[in-house]
Design a protein around this ligand. Sequence first.
Ligand SMILES: Cc1ncc(COP(=O)(O)O)c(C=O)c1O
Length: 452
Amino acid sequence: MADRLFSGASPEKVAEALASLVDFQEEGMHIADLIWMVEDDLIPHLMRYELPSCQGLFNSPLEEGAAYGAEVALEWNQGVTNWQVSPGGATLEELCCKALCKLFGLGPDADGTVLYSGTYANQQAVYMALHHWAKKAGFDFSERGLAGFQDPSRLAVVVSADAHFSLKHAVRFLGLGEGALIQVPVDDKQRMDVGALKRILGELRGTRDVFCVVATVGTTSTGAVDPVGEIAEVCREEGAWLHADGAYGLAYMLVPEKTQLFEGLEKADTVAWDPHKQMAVPIPNSVLFARDRELFKPLALFSDYWNRVDAPGPNPGLKSIPSTRPFAALPLVCSIRHQGLTKLIERLRSPLEAIRGFYDILREHPDVDPLHEPDTGILCYRVKQEALDPGEVDRLQEHIYRTIQRKGKRIVSVTRLGGKPALRAVAISPEVTTRSLVNTLSEALMIAGAFR
Ligand SMILES: Cc1ncc(COP(=O)(O)O)c(C=O)c1O
């Protein structure tokens, strides 16, 4: 088990092991027996994110300060909707959001709201963009919804071809449908092609209403950072809302060598961020920032018994829809305070350097094609074999992925780039080093050698 990421058991075996846990009975059980049951039946099948061979996921093991904050949040089981439910919790969340805005250089009027996931943050951003568009059209979206637009089928959200699928969820959930999502191709660095963006916006003029453009600052498949400053300029000319999806990538803005990639981020109307990815804090932990706190106003709903209009004290629950809210700000605050910014930045930098070192090795490697220069902590590559035809080379990547996955000792992931399968190495935790990435490559090459 020492070097295994998890037991390696099949889905059937895992379900078999867990069956007794969900065998709800009239009588309870002694806590010692319960602990024994969980440790024996469940823990072996959980994933160990702390191992250097965990190279395909966005999950990280907890940092010590984060673990302490999580313990306190758990012990007190605080909901942090408003002052009434937790004076300290609500106030800390508000202060934390303001401090994070400052950390990311988002401007004095910016604010944030803590959410359950990047998916919801993206959805709320598109919702806020719709509100803004409706306001320009002279009506209140809260009251009239999509029916307020003269022709809702004209509404469009423009994203890069590599945008996260949560944007698809967003347009589905908001009643716009997938037809509202228009993709812009990426350039050879896998970033949104701004020339193509301008061309597409020009083509859409007169037939579609592009109310929102999404820049992904750290794409899921390659970690590429779309040129957010240039996209902001295009949005300003078009009068479109700019949402920056930094669920994965935003943290790297804190690493000085990478800050320049995010130039212009402060011009975005909304920015999504997932500390529960590389910040080593418990899931869930996501934040949606807005350029101006006033932009959160459409989310404020008051009631007679809860979130009353005249209630005293801070009320984070008025900036997003969840009513009961976890005290996710505490582990994040504790982790940043415990490490200090210097150590935090070192921690974030380390996987970036691991991926960069890996890229330098792959560039010289005769049997591998790196598919892009890494902007952040992800690198996609393809294993080559001269003797194979192109279709077989495609199958080889999938075969390597599946074989590694089956063994349960390493995780690498697979994606499609330019329509072809590619292996995808992800470094999230500082445990992942160039050496551990090379070890995975060696295994991939061994599997390739035995292919056919
Ligand atoms: C760029 C990007 N946006 C959004 C998301 C969705 O975030 P979550 O998994 O927290 O819902 C992800 C998740 O990987 C992501 O990489």
